[in-house]
Design a protein around this ligand. Structure first.
Ligand SMILES: *Cc1c(COP(=O)(O)O)cnc(C)c1O
Length: 433
C-alpha cells in the first residue's frame, strides 16, 4: 500500500518511518516536518556505485544532483559515500563547500551562470563546468585567461530525445532552454570553438533528457546519440573526448501503481547501451557519469502535517486543510505531481475517504493533492505525504511569511535535526528599518 521500503505500520496502527513512530516524531519536532531516512539515502548511493562496479568496472562517477535537496547534512552524507556532486548555483556550491565536500568532485551546471558564480567555481577549484552556451564559453575563457588558469569543461548537449515525461521536466529536445542542439549544428560549432580556447580543456560531453522517467529506452537512445557525436568529433578534429555524463532523471514511485526501474537495473541497461554504441562506433568506452537527484533522496523522505479545518462541500468535494502546503511543497501547484497521502494515526486502515488536501496559503492553487484517497481524517490527525525527499525542501518558499519546516534525519532508529525550523526572526533577518 505504501510507496517506500522504509515505511510501515506499528502495533498501534501508526505510520512508521525508518522504524520510528511518525506520531512521536511529529510530537517531538512539530509539524510541518520533513523527515529524511539517512540509511535509505546511503543505500541508494551504494546501489548506484556498486552497479557501476559490476557492469562498467567502476569507470564512472556517480554525482548527486544537489538541487533535489541541498543542505549541509545531506552534502556530508554524499561526501562520505564517495559521491560526486552536481551544483547549479553559487548557493549550492557554498553549501557543499561548507559541508567539507571536496571541490575536485564538484561540477557546476546552469544555463545562465552569473559572473560571480563562474569566478566562485574557478576560485574553489571545482572539477569542471558544464558549459551551456557559447556566451558562457566566451566568458569562462576570458576569466580563466585573466587568472591564467586551465579549466576543465563539458558541453551540455540536447540530444533531441523525447523522454516521455511532463513538459516542464523534459529537457532533451531542441526546444529547451538548456544546452546546445545537435540538429542545427550548434553543438558542433561549440566544440570547434572550445578546441580553440587556450584556457579551457574540453573533457567531455553531458546530456540530461528530463526527470521522473520510467522507461530506460530514451536513456539508451540518448547514449547512442552522444557516442555517435563523440565519434564524429574524433573524425573531425582528431580529438577523443574521454568522458560522458548522461545526467539524471530516473523515476521513483509516488503512487503504489508506479513501477520504476530498480537502480541496479537502470545502470545495467545504461551501461549496456553505452557499450553497444561504442562497439558500433569503434569508440573507446568513456568514463561515464550520471547525476541523479530524485531517485537518491525522493523515496527517502516524507512530510508530516497536522490536519486542521475539514470543509465538506456537499456533492462537490471535501477539503482537508493542513498546516503546510505549497510553501513547503509547491510541486502539485507547479505541475500536478501525484503523491500518496495517509493519515499517520490510522495508517493500517483502508484509505476509503476521498479528499482534496490543501495548505494554508492564500492561494486557491495551494493544493497538495486533489481527489486523493486517505483514511477518514479528523482535526488533529497527522497527515503524511510520502516520497517528498526530492524537490520539496529545495523548492520551498516563505510565501505568506510562513517559516520553513524543520528537517529531521533518521538513522538506525535515531532522529536528529538536520535543518532547524525557521522562526519569525529568521523571516526578518534581512529586513531593513
Ligand atoms: C535536475 C537535473 C538532474 C537531476 O534530475 P533527477 O530527476 O532529480 O534525477 C540532473 N542533471 C541535471 C542537469 C538536472 O537539471
Amino acid at each position: 500500500m505504501y510507496v517506500s521500503e522504509n515505511l510501515g505500520v506499528n502495533e498501534r496502527g501508526h505510520l512508521t518511518f525508518g522504524g520510528l513512530d511518525t506520531l512521536a516524531l511529529a510530537k517531538e519536532y512539530g509539524t510541518p516536518l520533513y523527515l529524511m531516512d539517512e540509511d535509505l539515502i546511503r543505500k541508494n548511493c551504494r546501489a548506484l556505485l556498486d552497479a557501476f562496479g559490476k557492469y562498467y568496472d567502476g569507470n564512472a562517477n556517480v554525482s548527486y544532483a544537489s538541487k533535489a535537496l541541498s543542505c549541509v547534512a545531506i552534502c556530508k552524507i554524499m561526501a562520505e559515500e564517495g559521491m560526486h556532486l552536481d551544483v547549479v548555483s553559487g548557493g549550492e556550491l557554498f553549501t557543499a563547500l561548507r559541508a567539507g565536500f571536496p571541490a575536485e568532485r564538484i561540477h557546476f551546471h546552469g544555463n545562465n551562470k552569473t559572473e560571480e558564480e563562474l569566478r566562485f567555481g574557478l576560485d574553489s577549484k571545482i572539477d569542471c563546468f558544464v558549459v551551456d552556451n557559447l556566451y558562457e564559453l566566451e566568458r569562462l575563457e576570458a576569466i580563466a585567461a585573466e587568472q591564467d588558469q586551465q579549466v576543465r569543461i563539458y558541453f551540455r548537449i540536447k540530444p533531441g530525445v523525447d523522454a516521455h515525461t511532463h513538459s516542464f521536466i523534459r529537457t532533451g529536445q531542441i526546444d529547451s532552454k538548456f544546452g546546445l542542439a545537435l540538429e542545427n549544428g550548434e553543438a558542433e560549432e561549440a566544440v570547434a570553438r572550445a578546441l580553440q580556447c587556450r584556457h579551457l580543456t574540453l573533457a567531455g560531453l553531458h546530456c540530461h533528457i528530463g526527470s521522473q522517467i520510467f522507461d530506460m529506452e530514451p536513456f539508451a537512445h540518448a547514449a547512442q546519440i552522444m557516442i555517435a557525436f563523440l565519434a564524429q568529433i574524433r573524425r573531425q578534429h582528431g580529438v577523443t573526448l574521454g568522458e560522458l555524463n548522461l545526467g539524471g532523471g530516473f523515476g521513483i514511485r509516488y503512487l503504489p501503481e508506479d513501477d520504476p526501474v530498480e537502480l541496479d537495473e537502470c545502470i545495467r541497461l545504461l551501461t549496456q547501451a553505452v557499450k553497444a554504441a561504442c562497439d558500433a562506433e569503434g569508440f573507446p568506452l568513456p568514463r561515464l557519469g550520471i547525476e541523479p537527484g530524485r531517485s537518491i533522496v525522493g523515496p527517502a523522505g516524507i512530510t508530516l502535517y497536522t490536519v486542521g479545518a475539514i470543509k465538506e462541500i456537499k456533492g462537490i468535494r471535501t477539503y482537508v486543510a493542513v498546516d503546510g502546503g505549497m510553501a513547503d511543497n509547491p510541486r502539485y501547484a507547479l505541475y500536478q505531481s501525484p503523491y500518496t497521502l495517509a493519515i499517520a494515526d490510522r495508517a493500517g486502515d483502508p484509505r476509503d475517504f476521498k479528499a482534496t488536501v490543501v495548505g494554508r496559503c492564500c492561494e486557491s492553487g495551494d493544493i497538495l493533492q486533489e481527489h486523493t484517497m486517505i483514511q477518514a481524517p479528523r482535526p488533529g490527525d497527522v497527515l503524511a505525504v510520502l516520497a517528498t525527499g526530492a524537490y520539496n525542501y529545495s523548492m520551498s518558499s516563505n510565501y505568506n511569511r510562513i517559516p520553513r519546516p524543520a528537517m529531521v534525519l533518521v538513522s538506525q532508529g535515531r532522529a536528529r535535526v538536520a535543518v532547524r525550523r525557521e522562526t519569525y526572526e529568521d523571516l526578518l533577518r534581512n529586513d531593513c528599518e
